[in-house]
Design a protein around this ligand. Structure first.
Ligand code: CMC
Length: 428
């Protein structure tokens, strides 16, 4: 293969260098294009634009492959702990026993949040969405740790900021859950591992003992791993672009959480359950909703279906679907919504509309059924996605800063009115 692409524009000839990734993906480097020709590229929604090179996650949407730092998502979901995956994403290698023990110890000893953080809840009306609260709580960490505002923190200080985030996020997420229920907050327990601690803070009632069910621990661990990173998606790109202005890490993650909230991204997991419930309450006719999804005059979309990059099955969805059956079975729960989901999937996959557009279930299609079986309210689903995605966002932010990438600032092609004279108010 040649190592340049040839462009001919307005009589000018230009050789554009090619960048080849470690999995033989090819990108055309257009960084000198405007200087050489005066033209820019236009790619609304970045469907063809690589915003960066990256060593973190490899995704082949046609083959349904997802790997973090070279390790397959299947291997990680089967064998790793979430904290191990977080270490891998952020540091580039799996930790050895000593590195893991240190990492685990450091996270366990940063789990408490400042007591003043609870006061923030007094300002919110009852019933406000926990994703809005989460963005505010995470951003507010910058007020409690103002040293994070320094964009040139030493490596050790930067690591401390990262550890604080990873350690405090489950405490904050559990706090959101407790506050929404009007229950007292349960404090972290340093003797517990990351996932058990989170479940204890979430589901323990202050008046009663709580035994952490290993089925819950396993399910939560797997779900967190399956959400841990997904290369340059909407929220990761947001984190990178906000971070490129040297905003502090807490603000960047808060921005990523806001991006995740939308129903086309992480917010889809809440919408899936609401959709399945609506279908159930409407008599359970999957075909009717498939027809609605196909109707271009109907805004209804099949939530949890389709993906910008997966044009074959989403490998995370395969794992979650299997886990969903296993977990509900172990918990002895029979959820009629699971049957509707399976029926909907089967009907959609047999329909040419979905086949032609290569629309398959994504990670969000079955995850909500597990969360619900565990006892999470539906408003918490996207918050749980954010908890899992946190190490991915941090690793994307860190890579961008380590590579000293410039501020993100896309160009545009202006299509508004040409220059015109000012018109006084009385003449308009
Ligand atoms: N239901 C019905 N039609 C769909 C759907 C759907 N869920 N998704 C895509 N299409 C159609 C779309 O109408 C278009 O048809 P046409 O070519 O006739 O105009 C075609 O498929 C391509 O869709 P697109 O919107 O151009 O594709 P995109 O890459 O811009 O959007 C998506 C990807 C995920 C936003 C979209 O598939 C969608 O809205 N899905 C539902 C929301 C969802 O489940 N989001 C979670 C994504 S996975 C979690 C994560 O964010 O990481």
């Amino acid at each position: 293969m040649s190592n340049t692409a040839h462009l001919s524009l307005n009589g000018k000839e230009l050789e554009l260098p090619l960048i080849e990734g470690s999995e033989q993906e090819v990108g055309i480097d257009i960084s000198k294009l405007r200087a050489a020709t005066g033209a820019v590229t236009v790619d609304v929604g970045f469907k063809n634009t690589g915003s960066t090179t990256s060593n973190i996650t490899y995704l082949d949407g046609e083959a349904g492959v997802l790997r973090h730092r070279g390790y397959s998502i299947e291997d990680l979901a089967e064998n790793a702990s979430f904290l191990e995956v977080a270490y891998l994403l952020i540091n580039g290698e799996l930790p050895n026993a000593q590195e893991y023990a240190d990492w685990d110890h450091q996270i366990r000893h940063h789990t408490l949040v400042n007591e003043d953080m609870e006061n923030i809840f007094k300002a919110w009306p009852t019933g406000s969405h926990p994703m809005g609260q989460l963005t505010a709580m995470i951003s507010s960490l910058s007020s409690f740790y103002p040293e994070s505002l320094n964009p040139n923190q030493s490596e050790e200080d930067q690591h401390r900021t990262i550890r604080r985030l990873i350690a405090k996020m489950p405490t904050i997420v559990a706090m959101l859950h407790k506050k929404a229920a009007g229950h007292p907050v349960i404090y972290p327990q340093n003797k517990l591992d990351y996932v058990s601690n989170f479940l204890n803070m979430t589901f323990k009632n202050i008046t009663e003992d709580y035994e952490i069910d290993p089925v819950y621990v396993e399910a939560m661990n797997k779900l967190l791993i399956l959400h841990a990173d997904h290369e340059q998606n909407c929220s990761a790109s947001t984190v990178r672009i906000v971070g490129s202005s040297h905003a502090n890490l807490y603000a960047c993650i808060s921005a990523g959480i806001a991006a995740l909230w939308g129903p086309l991204h992480g917010g889809a997991n809440q919408k899936v359950i609401e959709m399945l419930e609506a279908i159930k309450n409407d008599g359970g006719d999957a075909q009717k909703y498939i027809e609605k999804a196909k109707d271009k005059n109907d805004p209804f979309r099949l939530m949890g279906f389709g993906h910008r990059v997966y044009k074959n099955y989403d490998p995370r969805a395969t794992i979650i679907k299997k886990s969903c059956d296993e977990i509900l079975d172990k918990l002895g729960i029979s959820d009629p919504v699971l049957e509707i989901a399976k029926q909907l999937e089967e009907t959609a996959l047999a329909d040419p509309y979905f086949a032609e557009r290569k629309l398959f279930p994504n990670v969000d299609f079955y995850s909500g059924i597990i969360y619900r079986a565990m006892g999470f309210p539906v408003e918490m689903f996207t918050v749980l996605f954010a908890l899992g995605r946190l190490p991915g966002w941090i690793s994307q932010w860190k890579e961008m800063r380590d590579q000293k990438q410039p501020i993100g600032r896309p160009r545009q092609i202006y299509t508004g009115p040409a220059a015109r004279d000012w018109v006084p108010m009385e003449a308009r």
